[in-house]
Design a binder for this molecule. Structure first.
Ligand code: ASP
Ligand code: MG
Length: 451
């Protein structure tokens, strides 16, 4: 039986006609059955900005912004020699774009729902172009490129802007839905990032969600391999913009990679690995610009289990401390606290408690949630410290290795550590420092533990 490969290409791999051609060739060299694509580089940002501008700009200004978006796609269409069917599809999408912007402009109302439909146009346009790029490569082999509308299969709830997939439904229907490419040598192309509710309203999975889409669909069709093609040669030991010695990791376990994605590494959308873990699908991360240079395999079992494999920073953190004498010798306080967070769908990253207080880190954007803080203030004294970064070290056997904490803190003697989180995971040691000192801490730790 043929191995089923799903490959996903991010925005930069879809940057122009040349990039699309290269990406199509990469996926063919990997024998991919299904290719999941992002919007062309920068387009999602332009669409979001356009939505917001439609609330206040004059129509002629908006028209020229729409024209810019149209143009960047038409340039690619020309170079790829987009056929009539593709041109018609693209023209319809341009019309839809104009209609939505007009709607927002006249109503002066940009709901999350409208914003999702607006953003979906990025992937819907790029996928039309990429299907042509793929068809061009396949032409001589008598194989076809088939464009799918991901919204027909990637069913989600109606939390617009960050919709949750109905994986059970997808698993049930995906093998049939994609049967034309699963049973033949043809190649399917589908949009990342987008889905739709049961009633057919377009949703998105949240920024960077194309990786997640690819994994969801890979689970749906029981893929053997999921490939995430981006513009870096795999997952690095840390952010190379901060530490130039950062190097590619050849192999990393699902557990370590999940921690790394959650704690700030930008390569994978944090939810991406969940479907892969559920179905034990190995994930390869590589660069579409240099496909032969290798990359990173993320899998269940890995050969080497270094103590520290990678490290990451999560910036713009705030430390919220709740204190109340009522916590003394009683129960249920944390329950109340987390009920409040749950009601507001806010996730807490690191947490420590003492007898009468609990401290936790939150993303700085949470401070805008006035209602959440009002509720917290009703049950405890609330103290907020901002301008912090969470430094996390990811590896193996972290809780069973004596002397690790000593080694960590000895390498950053003059950096004040505000909070430490250790013990919950074998794979993660994290602590909070002032944002201004975070880069220095990362550099030193990388030197001590990796290179
Ligand atoms: N185009 C979307 C974004 O820029 C999704 C993705 O690229 O993963 O967030
Ligand atoms: Mg991305």
């Amino acid at each position: 039986m043929k191995k089923i490969v799903v490959s996903k290409f991010g925005g930069t791999s879809m940057g122009d006609a040349q990039c699309m051609k290269r990406s199509a060739q990469v996926s063919l060299s990997q024998n991919a059955s299904l290719v999941v694509v992002s919007a062309t580089s920068g387009t999602t940002n332009l669409l979001i900005a356009l939505g917001h501008k439609a609330l206040s700009y004059e129509w002629p200004q908006l028209e020229s912004l729409i024209a810019d978006i149209r143009k960047r796609h038409l340039v690619i269409a020309d170079e790829l020699k987009l056929e009539t069917k593709g041109h018609t599809a693209l023209t319809n999408l341009f019309q839809e774009l104009e209609s939505i912007v007009k709607g927002v402009f006249y109503l002066k109302d940009l709901s999350l729902k409208a914003l999702d439909t607006l953003q979906s146009l990025g992937e819907r346009m790029s996928s039309v172009l990429f299907t042509q790029a793929m068809a061009n490569e396949l032409a001589s082999q008598n194989r076809r490129a088939i464009l799918y509308d991901a919204r027909e299969i990637l069913k989600t709830d109606d939390l617009f802007g960050k919709a949750k997939p109905n994986q059970e439904w997808i698993n049930q229907h995906a093998p049939d839905f994609f049967s034309a490419v699963l049973k033949t040598n043809d190649v399917g192309v589908a949009q990342g990032f987008i889905g739709s509710t049961v009633d057919g309203h377009t949703t998105t999975l949240g920024r960077g969600g194309s990786d997640f889409s690819a994994a969801i669909l890979a689970e749906g069709i029981n893929a053997d391999i999921l490939e995430i093609w981006t513009d870096v040669t795999g997952i690095l030991t840390t952010d190379p913009r901060l530490v130039k010695e950062a190097k590619v990791i050849n192999e990393i376990s699902f557990k370590e990679a999940s921690e790394l994605a959650t704690f700030g590494a930008k390569v994978l959308h944090p939810a991406t690995l969940l479907p892969a873990i559920r179905k034990n699908i190995p994930v390869f991360v590589g660069s579409s610009f240099d496909a032969n240079k290798g990359g990173t395999w993320v899998r269940k079992d890995v050969e080497l289990q270094p103590l520290i494999r990678a490290m990451a920073l999560r910036r713009k953190q705030v430390l919220v401390t709740l204190s109340t004498p009522e916590m003394l010798q009683t129960h249920g306080f944390l329950f109340h606290v987390f009920t409040i967070f749950n009601d507001h769908k806010v996730s807490v990253d690191a947490i420590t408690t003492s007898e009468i207080s609990v401290s936790m880190t939150l993303d700085e954007t949470t401070l805008q949630n006035k209602d959440l803080f009002k509720k917290l203030e009703a049950i405890a004294e609330v103290h907020i410290e901002d301008g912090l970064s969470l430094v996390s070290l990811i590896g193996n056997n972290i809780i069973h290795t004596s002397g690790l904490a000593k080694k960590i803190f000895e390498s950053i003697p003059e950096i004040n550590v505000r909070m430490i989180c250790l013990g919950a995971s074998k794979h993660n040691f994290c602590f909070l420092v002032k944002d201004t000192q975070a880069e220095e801490a990362l550099k030193r730790l990388h030197k001590t533990f990796i290179a």
